[in-house]
Design a protein around this ligand. Sequence first.
Ligand SMILES: C[S@@+](CC[C@H](N)C(=O)[O-])C[C@H]1O[C@@H](n2cnc3c(N)ncnc32)[C@H](O)[C@@H]1O
Length: 274
Amino acid sequence: MGENERTGPPSMPSVPDTDRPNSARMYDYYLGGSAHFAIDRKAADDALEVLPQSAVYAKANRAFLGRAVRFLLSQGVDQFLDLGSGIPTVGNVHEIAHRINPAAKVGYVDHEPVAVAHAQRMLAGQSNVTITQADVRDPESVLTAPGVAGMLDFSRPVAVLAIAILPFVPDDAEAHALVASYRAVSAPGSWLAISHISQVSATDEQVRVAHEVMGRTPTPVLWRDRDRIASLFNGYRLADPGLVLSPLWRPDTQISFGEAAQANAYGGVGLLDG
Ligand SMILES: C[S@@+](CC[C@H](N)C(=O)[O-])C[C@H]1O[C@@H](n2cnc3c(N)ncnc32)[C@H](O)[C@@H]1O
């Protein structure tokens, strides 16, 4: 499929909300991108002032995504559904995938208009990669969107990437139901990758400020502890080394526990057994 026009429910906003800071744009700011507004930078800086590890989190998360995708490719995965894919930056999933397997298919999904517009521009003219504007909490609208249903073959293994997205689903029951919906349509041999923010080195006060700052956005976040994150892999068998601090998941270079703890995030990749 060579199409990558914006697809998704017509009710999705196509114009960014610049009255409130936005998580996708704040994340882009932490990663050193340029797709953010003054209101995003202010919120991001407010968080950084109290929680300087915020940028460490974003970079570690992005690095985890890259390692997880390379691992999945090494396992023969050639289809990716990237939920909450964000504003394109360095190390996008399709770039990593296509270096190794140009036939790999990547379906990006995000609800933020700036993320979608940037992805559309970047993907123009490219094959085997789509961007869908949709709310990942509405799996049916994601799974029936042309960019997803028309490209990914769910009768074969697919990797669902839930990288730094489940904190935006603060209700545990809803988060479990969301993961279960994508699992239900996945063939045996499919995979789920999760990274999730968690209190590891951050103090209670730092976590409180992080929640307060994100509470200014339309999408507040929830930090979950390791057990609650692990439970989201229900039905999947974790690949080695299990659910660990995300920088310690199959690291490319040696990293100490103390350094890894600065990321305040866990990551893991699970296999859906047949
Ligand atoms: C922290 S960024 C992570 C981006 C990317 N997954 C990564 O790890 O580099 C979270 C992304 O999820 C998106 N997002 C949050 N809630 C969403 C929802 N309900 N539906 C679709 N996208 C959502 C935001 O717009 C943002 O782009």
